[in-house]
Design a protein around this ligand. Structure first.
Ligand code: SAM
Ligand code: SF4
Length: 472
């Protein structure tokens, strides 16, 4: 599949900056939303085409509540028709919070003397992974501050530990990374450790705002960060995740920045990002960010629905920063991955302590403290299939979300059966009585709608007999 790039003021050249702030602002200032335009744009998205910046700006400039409702309904339809009802689950694991940068929104910043600095030892990491496996986790994202101690070699070393820990039937099958941007050599080193997605959030796509929040440290260089995932691509990592931290600048600008980033990667590497993240700023130790660009719950729901429509084939991640009600609502608009059982304090998965919510020990406050079992239970109540699937990536079917989206029957043939198989493993190995009862009933219902149900049933029987990690 070849993407047809749009033409913007800064041409898309690999490893060259591509954000022109005036151009983006121009789209916002000069675009008018009308019912006809909004409906035509929703229809384009439902026909599986990515939106241009101009089209996305029309949706962003929509304020009429009835039209906003139509945008959300469009996102709901796209999610239902295209992705079905699977939700992929993962957990973050903070490896070290030393940091040489000074991002004013983050509790880990170098100038925060109240922060308790911890780097997990290899032994600590093993204990943390064992506890995560005991809960049923299969997919992790490892998180690091930006510090000379966290070199590419060190990151690769921790990834290898994560893959090596096996407890009972537990194992980690995909390790994603959220860490400082590396140079090409560095990306090659972590690639060789077999990482999944490498995430780098631009935080804000507005260059002047970026300057204001990043006063010192390596991260102060906007352009180095902007093209970091180009370097990842050059190093052979074609599975990358982008994101913006909402609350630093106008949310409408950030959405266009994200869409521009998507089309830059498509234009240069013929593959868009695997995932988009859209964290909202949460309380953090000695937080010093004003409220000027605070994103309300309503605006947040609208922006998630718009992102779903603008980049229909990109995975969307919503984390435990958000409270349960918001997460449940936004799942309907196209979020495809959430974390479950999240603990941010370093070392807290294995020490069995409740979250202390001590901000000197965490990067920011989370607002969903449910255990993984509780998250799974509530997903099943909403008839969503919790999935720990890692099949595509391990079978070399990269660009997974794109395939789900564009290959007819892909979801029915691969994604749903694989989600069911990983859910069956979870229920057998880690399920509570209540979750087992709900879970097997849901699996039965899903199987009735599957063309290849007999083969899936046969494999579930194999899992009951002790086999693991079966996938299509
Ligand atoms: N140090 C690396 C970096 O900055 O890219 C690794 C990631 S940092 C630990 C993970 C992400 O957390 C940041 O990219 C930022 O978007 C987000 N973050 C930082 N402070 C936050 C806050 N107060 N509320 C919500 N998210 C925050
Ligand atoms: Fe350090 Fe990342 Fe926090 Fe910035 S966001 S202070 S780079 S950990």
């Amino acid at each position: 599949m070849k993407f047809t790039p749009e033409k913007y003021r800064l041409p898309d050249v690999p490893m060259q900056p591509f954000i022109d702030a005036d151009e983006i602002q121009g789209f916002l200032d000069n675009t008018i939303s009308t019912p006809e335009k909004v409906r035509a744009i929703i229809a384009k998205s439902l026909s599986k085409k990515r939106l241009s910046l101009g089209e996305t700006a029309v949706l962003l400039n929509t304020t009429d509540p009835d039209l906003v409702a139509e945008i959300k309904q469009g996102a709901r339809e796209l999610k239902k028709n295209v992705y079905g009802n699977r939700i992929v689950l993962f957990a973050p694991l903070y490896i070290g919070n030393k940091c040489m940068n000074n991002c004013s929104y983050c509790g880990f910043r170098a100038s925060n003397k109240d922060a308790v600095r911890v780097t997990l030892s290899d032994e600590d990491i093993v204990h943390e992974i064992e506890s995560l496996e005991d809960n049923g986790q299969k997919r992790l994202i490892l998180v690091y501050g930006e510090h000379r101690d966290y070199s590419p070699e060190y990151i690769a070393h921790t990834v290898k530990i994560a893959y090596s820990v096996k407890k009972n039937y537990g194992e980690i099958r995909r390790v994603n990374i959220n860490a400082a941007p590396l140079d090409i050599e560095g990306f090659k080193i972590v690639k060789d450790a077999n990482i999944g997605t490498y995430q780098v959030f631009q935080e804000t796509y507005h260059p002047d705002a970026y300057k204001k929040y990043h006063l010192s440290g390596k991260k102060a260089d906007y352009n180095y960060r902007l093209v970091s995932l180009d370097r990842a691509q050059e190093a052979g990592i074609d599975d990358v995740g982008i994101g913006a931290l909402f609350g630093l600048y106008d949310w409408r600008f950030e959405v266009l920045g994200l869409v521009r980033h998507v089309n830059h990667l498509e234009a240069c590497y013929n593959v868009g990002p695997h995932t988009i993240s859209f964290p909202r700023i949460k309380d953090a130790s000695t937080l010093s960010v004003g409220h000027k660009h605070f994103v309300s719950d309503e605006d947040f729901a609208q922006l998630v629905a718009i992102l779903r429509l603008a980049v229909p084939y990109t995975g969307m991640i919503l984390t435990a920063r958000e409270p349960v009600e918001i997460r449940n609502e936004l799942l309907q608009y196209g979020v495809s991955q959430i974390d479950g059982g999240t603990k941010l304090e370093l070392g807290s998965y294995s020490n069995n302590k409740e979250q202390t919510q001590n901000l000197n020990r965490e990067q920011f406050r989370i607002n969903d403290g449910r255990t993984l079992a509780e998250v799974i239970s509530e997903l099943m109540d909403q008839e969503m299939i919790p999935s720990f699937c890692t099949a595509c990536y391990r079978l070399g079917r990269t660009g997974q979300h794109f395939m789900e989206f564009s290959v007819p029957g892909f979801i029915k043939r691969f994604c749903t059966p694989n989600a069911i198989l990983t859910m069956a493993e979870y229920l057998i190995d880690y399920g509570s009585d209540e979750n087992r009862e709900k879970g097997w009933a849901l699996i039965e219902k899903e199987l009735e709608a599957l063309p290849d149900a007999d083969e899936v049933r046969r494999r579930i029987e194999e899992i009951r007999n002790g086999k693991r990690d079966l996938y299509f």
